[in-house]
Design a binder for this molecule. Structure first.
Ligand SMILES: NC(=O)c1ccc[n+]([C@@H]2O[C@H](COP(=O)([O-])OP(=O)(O)OC[C@H]3O[C@@H](n4cnc5c(N)ncnc54)[C@H](O)[C@@H]3O)[C@@H](O)[C@H]2O)c1
Length: 250
């Protein structure tokens, strides 16, 4: 029987793939047979990550906050191979700041990378898919913080709530052109992004709020990404899938 979860022969872009959740997703896609282009802003870590992921992975430097840079990278990627899967994973947050402490420059940076970056990566890739009448699966990486308020990450949460609605809006607009758009909402996940937070006095409290009693790993998130990217999810669009050990149930 055919493996519905196979990504054989498919090409994927994973933004922010040099480490953490994006790296785990790229590794899982490669294991399922995909060619993967990872992007990130820092070139050294990016090239190291691409080489550690093996022969079917290449790294392309791209600043998700810059729509012109996104357009350049999508064009370069398309020249190598038309893209079947886009994972909008790149994301940042000025952590532990109360809402009144966030500066306008920090606000703009988080919105540019997380929300505007997700928007224009999607539009750049989708426009090329439309032109060639190719199917496309977009997987956005949101957060449980896009559904429920978490303290000291108000701007981050607002961008992730925005990504939830972008997911549904684009899914609705593009369903008749064979472009599926879904979103994974990870709970707290062990990466370099959260190292310091989990080691701090907040760590035990955050873990204690998770019904399954542990933080997620990159692998927990990558399984859901393989599902949504693959033909196993060919009738799934506009979904927000929490992968959070039950956190949103509280
Ligand atoms: N770790 C968690 O607990 C958690 C929970 C929910 C959602 N998320 C989301 O998952 C995604 C990945 O998080 P992570 O924990 O792996 O973070 P991370 O900081 O370990 O990795 C982020 C990646 O994004 C890249 N990046 C940052 N700014 C960029 C920019 N301007 N342009 C291009 N790339 C850029 C980094 O180079 C890196 O590869 C983010 O969108 C984050 O919001 C993380």
């Amino acid at each position: 029987m055919e493996d519905q979860f196979s990504l054989d022969g498919k090409t994927a872009i994973v933004t922010g793939g040099s480490r953490g959740i994006g790296y785990a997703i790229a590794a899982a896609f490669i294991q399922k047979g995909a060619r993967v282009i990872i992007t990130a802003r820092g070139e050294t870590a990016l090239l190291e990550a691409a080489s550690s992921l093996g022969g079917t992975c290449i790294g392309k430097r791209c600043d998700n906050a810059d729509p012109a840079d996104i357009a350049r990278v999508v064009e370069e990627a398309w020249r190598l191979s038309p893209v079947d899967i886009l994972v909008n994973n790149a994301g940042i947050s000025p952590f532990y700041k109360r809402a009144e402490q966030v500066t306008p420059a920090e606000f703009d940076e988080v919105v540019s990378v997380n929300l505007r970056g997700t928007y224009f990566c999607s539009v750049e890739v989708a426009n090329r898919s439309f032109a060639e009448q190719r199917p496309l699966s977009i997987v956005n990486i949101g957060s449980v913080g896009g559904t429920t308020p978490l303290e000291r990450v108000a701007v981050y949460g607002a961008t992730k709530a925005g990504i939830n609605l972008l997911t549904k809006s684009m899914a609705l607009e593009w369903a008749d052109r064979n472009v599926r758009v879904n979103c994974i909402a990870p709970g707290w996940t062990e990466t370099e992004f959260t190292d310091e937070l989990f080691a701090s006095r907040w760590g035990d409290k955050l873990r204690g709020d998770i019904p399954m009693g542990r933080f997620a790993t990159g692998q927990d998130i990558s399984g859901a990404a393989v599902f949504l990217a693959s033909d196993a999810a060919q009738y799934v669009t506009g979904a927000i899938l929490p992968v959070d050990g039950g956190r949103l149930l509280r």
